[in-house]
Design a protein around this ligand. Structure first.
Ligand code: URA
Length: 200
């Protein structure tokens, strides 16, 4: 059994917060264990809770379209959420729920070692860009160590806001270029500090 599968089994029986009571099942994450790109959303919704997979509702369909716009399928990337259980009525995750779930996301990142982390929406953005405003920093990649972090609007929000929709579509189109940059990090550029990439 892979370490990621072991982690999924641990998540499946998690009781670390109150959300365990209301879930149908946990939604740990989905995609390739060897993915270079990891997308991090917010929380499972109704359909995700039923199916146990992230981004399978309307926002997920849009995410699939966005991925297709750069020639990718969801099997080519890894998709996770900040929290692994559906909040009641799809409310926003609470700080203590995010904190309780943090070790799982940390372990996923540790196991997958993506070169590029794309945050979808403000909750995953806050992990890497604390106190930032998404309307200001979306589409601006930031390098920390040998990884690049790239904040984007959440596809669900973009579905309902035409101006965010075009922003999310445009930001997505820059991903192949950013990934190339990310692939070149490592031995060639060992600088271990945050650095804003000036790609655009
Ligand atoms: N929105 C998210 O942030 N995650 C999902 O899995 C589905 C919708």
């Amino acid at each position: 059994m892979s370490e990621l599968t072991e982690l999924y089994e641990e998540i499946a029986v998690c009781q670390r917060c109150e959300l365990a009571k209301g879930r149908t099942q946990t939604v740990p994450g989905d995609g390739s264990e060897k993915a270079e790109i990891m997308f991090i959303g917010e929380a499972p919704g109704f359909h995700e809770d039923r199916q146990g997979r992230p981004f399978v509702g309307a926002a997920g369909q849009f995410l699939d379209e966005l991925l297709a716009s750069i020639g990718l399928k969801r099997e080519d990337v890894y998709i996770a959420n900040v929290i692994k259980c559906r909040p009641p009525g799809n409310r926003a995750p609470l700080p203590d729920e995010i904190e309780a779930c943090r070790p799982y996301l940390d372990q996923q990142i540790e196991l997958i070692q993506p070169k590029l982390i794309v945050t979808l929406g403000r909750f995953s953005m806050a992990r890497y860009f604390p106190n930032a405003s998404i309307t200001r920093i979306h589409g601006q990649p930031k390098r920390i160590g040998n990884r690049i972090y790239y904040p984007m609007f959440h596809p669900a929000a973009a579905l309902h806001q035409p101006k965010w929709r075009s922003a999310v579509e445009e930001d997505m189109l820059n991903i192949p270029h950013i990934l190339k940059e990310a692939e070149q990090l490592g031995e060639t550029r060992p600088l271990e500090q945050a650095e804003q990439l000036s790609l655009f």
